[in-house]
Design a protein around this ligand. Sequence first.
Ligand SMILES: Nc1ncnc2c1ncn2[C@@H]1O[C@H](COP(=O)(O)OP(=O)(O)OP(=O)(O)O)[C@@H](O)[C@H]1O
Length: 662
Amino acid sequence: MSSIIAPISLGRASEGGYPSPLPGDKAQRLISKSWQRCQAYGLDPRKKPKDANVLEGPQVKEERERHGELLKVANAEMHSLYQQVSGSGWSLLLTDNRGVILDYVGDPNLRREFRSAGLWLGADWSERHEGTNGIGTALTESRPVAVLRDQHYKACHHALSCCGAPILDANGQVMAVLDASTVNGNQTPETQSHTLALVTLSAQFISKWRFLEEFSDAIIIRFHSRCEYVGLINDGVLAVSRDGTIVGADHNACVFLGLPDRHRLIGWPIDQVLDIRPEILVERAERPYLPYWVLTTAQGTQLHARIQLGHTAAGRRAAEQPARPVPVQSRSASQPRDHRATLCTLEALKGNDPRMARNVNRAYRIIDKDIPILLNGETGTGKELFARAVHTASSRRDGPFVAVNCASIPEPLIESELFGYKGGAFTGADRNGRKGKILQAHGGTLFLDEIGDMPLELQARLLRVLEEREIVPIGGDKPQAVDVYLVSATHHNLPELVAEGRFREDLYYRLNGLTLTLPPLRDRADCQDVIRCILRLESDGRVDIDQAALAVLRNHPWPGNIRQLRNVLRTAVALSDGETLTVEDLPDDVLDAAETAGDDQVIEGTCTGGGDPLANAERRALQAALEQHGGNVSRTAESLGVSRNTLYRKMRRHGLGGARGG
Ligand SMILES: Nc1ncnc2c1ncn2[C@@H]1O[C@H](COP(=O)(O)OP(=O)(O)OP(=O)(O)O)[C@@H](O)[C@H]1O
């Protein structure tokens, strides 16, 4: 990282991001606080307001025009959300930042009921006017809020249930509220929290759109600690000008970078925050077909990132540039193939690594014995692939294999996702109810990825299902028999979570029939074979790799393991013109890492005894300096202005051994 000024001081990833709904007691406290505010406003809970404080038709039209783009995007999102929540009479409303309703998507038959509840275009639902309610309270608190029937301050709204979530502008200020409201009296706190989760996701989605729209002229860096989440709703986004100044940061970016608010980031040079120089950033942004980079924060945290031009800048560039030639291997770059089909046997996963071989042999021994497997290992080491291979090797192979990533489902949705719900029990998205993932896996294998992220209450429920082998969907009363084989995975240390009270001990013992730890790619004895195997798959066997490039890849630390390797090779194949990958074809971050780590084996071959005049000159200079300081490495390093490590690296590279430490 170039260091003109001291690097910005970043913390550890902090809590925060888009504000989430508050759980149980805290949500109740939020409602009480709102009631106190209503008393302070002098609102009478029993009195209906005389004037409905409604904007007239022309004013509404004007307001709608003023919010033109937002309304368009939000309306599309509201229609898609409506598909999911319409069943129990939920309708969707969009308000401006004062709480004035600007749009409505819902059942036309319910319009009259909504009107008599005061919910119509132009009506003001601010807290000051209507008391505690989903729209006004979400606005005041700047966070998603559910207000169930008599939690409304005014008695005239006790038939209503509302879920409001703020839509944020590019500076993190509330610019609108998305709300789902119903006059159907069957709502419970559980069903409402499900709707609130969906409304929150949609509001978050629109907020992300707003951010990208605002900085459509800038360079956009989207990043996440996990490669597969880059470009999705929970990634962090930074907007950077072409001279490398950070001009925008969203909530999640602050979370990943450990900063309490975005204002600490705005105005900083990007290379004080992430290890990328402005000129490289611009170069990469103009090559959007390259998938991911690994960037490191000033604190050493590695983040997977995609760098692209904002859409206005990209459009301008496309108009200026002739069309990019289609890369030789464009098919594999744009249509990632699923390796699962080709590599899904335990035998294939064994490779030539003793730890993998032991894992596979142990897995074989317990197959069909109903002993659950718990897979440990860093991200991308192939845990899901391993689980699939176990399934394929078992007598359940003709049954379903169902994978659930507990970390990627918003907490309030995990329960319905796993356990399903009965028709009419929930938001009514599906009148026939929905089969949860556990039942979908009936007769087959259920793979619970990131089990360490499962909320505690659901852990108890999962344990009951595993013990009793039957399941009661939400809203149902009849248990259904379920027969699944369970493989779970985590990158957490579960015993540590148990000790901290964050994971149930009884569930841990239930999951942990056999624990297998998949080794990180960098530690695999057959790393080279894995590289060749993935290259074959990514290039349909048409591209080979030379020794130098292979050595760089073999020595790379691969924090994203095989997933990251796959992405790197896919890009390299797409960019390479020939039939053999060379060091030139590898991405800069891999080469930079090799440079820093002193990739001796690679460079040795080209430096020692060869005819490279520069290398020979360096070798002679090193020899002379060492001789001058009697072989003392510390003094030699000091005289050359390099660190001892660098000097050792260069000595190894040039085959200059036998120096004294000093
Ligand atoms: N032995 C292998 N050979 C080829 N590809 C592999 C191998 N192992 C894993 N992969 C590929 O690497 C990627 C990551 O694998 P997988 O999703 O199984 O990892 P994981 O450990 O479950 O990751 P996470 O913990 O992040 O969920 C997938 O694209 C998979 O196809």
